[in-house]
Design a protein around this ligand. Structure first.
Ligand SMILES: Nc1ncnc2c1ncn2[C@@H]1O[C@H](COP(=O)(O)OP(=O)(O)O)[C@@H](O)[C@H]1O
Ligand SMILES: [Mg+2]
Length: 255
């Protein structure tokens, strides 16, 4: 069971311009966290979009449990959308300001035809799972009545409520106050364990990656330059670019 990118190429704009992704391969298994790191512009979000089928690769393929995403239509595409969820960087932008938490979290349930009678219970369960307790005190709040960390938790609950198998989280803590980042990251760790989620954690920050990820994949200019177990990549980086990223990471750069 895995979500796999295989030799994926994406080029924006005119023919002949440098590809945003230049033959990228990546495997995300259930119950594991893979951190995708690299500086801004290295192609991380482009790969994320390919993995959730928001963008078609020009070459190569992306598959879920062996099925090429591009072959999915109708009901099977809808099932895919439910199984593979994207979490965005800015929870404020991804939430509708006037909606209440209960409606934000329930939205996907309506879209996917979950019977009305089941929705309330599912919403409460998801809020519990993301640590927004007591649930009663959050149900009727609106985004502006929440902290940044709480907003990101609401967004995560809105995905979890659909019982996905994979989360593609594109810089999920980089807009958050430093003081709440660790809490949200350890939530991803919990979800991996308790729900066997496969999580792609995109970040430009290696320090973020090493604490929660099993594997680290390093991207540079549309190519993967290094990958391996998180501790190995940070302790013994094999590539110059990884070393440069480490040097730019204050709490990892020096032993
Ligand atoms: N919609 C787009 N149109 C044109 N170029 C894009 C678009 N999205 C990204 N790019 C370019 O593709 C490259 C990779 O971008 P992106 O995947 O957003 O990188 P990252 O998420 O690592 O910052 C960059 O050079 C960026 O300018
Ligand atoms: Mg990005």
């Amino acid at each position: 069971m895995s979500l796999v990118a295989d030799d994926v190429v994406v080029t924006y704009g005119r023919k002949g311009s440098a590809p945003a992704l230049d033959g990228v391969g990546l495997t995300l298994g259930k119950g594991s966290i893979v951190a995708l790191v690299g500086e801004s512009g290295s192609g991380k979000s482009t790969l994320a979009r390919c993995l959730v089928r928001m963008r078609e690769p020009a070459a190569g393929r992306v598959s879920l449990d062996g099925t090429d995403l591009l072959t999915l239509r109708g009901r099977r595409l809808k099932a895919f959308r439910r199984r593979v969820q994207m979490i965005y960087q800015d929870p404020y932008e991804s939430l509708i300001p006037r909606q209440r938490v209960r409606d934000i979290v329930a939205e996907g349930l309506a879209i996917h035809g979950v019977p009305k009678g089941e929705r309330d219970g599912r919403v409460r369960e998801a809020l519990m799972a993301v640590g927004l307790t007591p649930v009663e005190s959050f149900l009727d709040r609106r985004p502006f009545e929440l902290s940044g960390g709480q907003r990101q938790r609401v967004a995560i609950a809105g995905s979890l409520v659909l019982e996905p198998a994979y989360l593609i989280a594109d810089e999920p803590v980089s807009m958050l106050d430093v003081s709440v980042r660790a809490g949200v990251l350890s939530l991803f760790g919990d979800l991996r364990r308790t729900r066997e989620l496969g999580i792609l954690l995109i970040t430009h920050d290696l320090a973020t990656a090493v604490h929660v990820a099993d594997r680290i994949v390093v991207m540079h200019r549309g190519k993967i330059v290094e990958e391996g177990p998180a501790r190995r990549v940070t302790a013994e980086p094999a590539h110059d670019y990884t070393r440069a990223l480490l040097a730019a990471t204050p709490d990892l750069g020096r032993p």
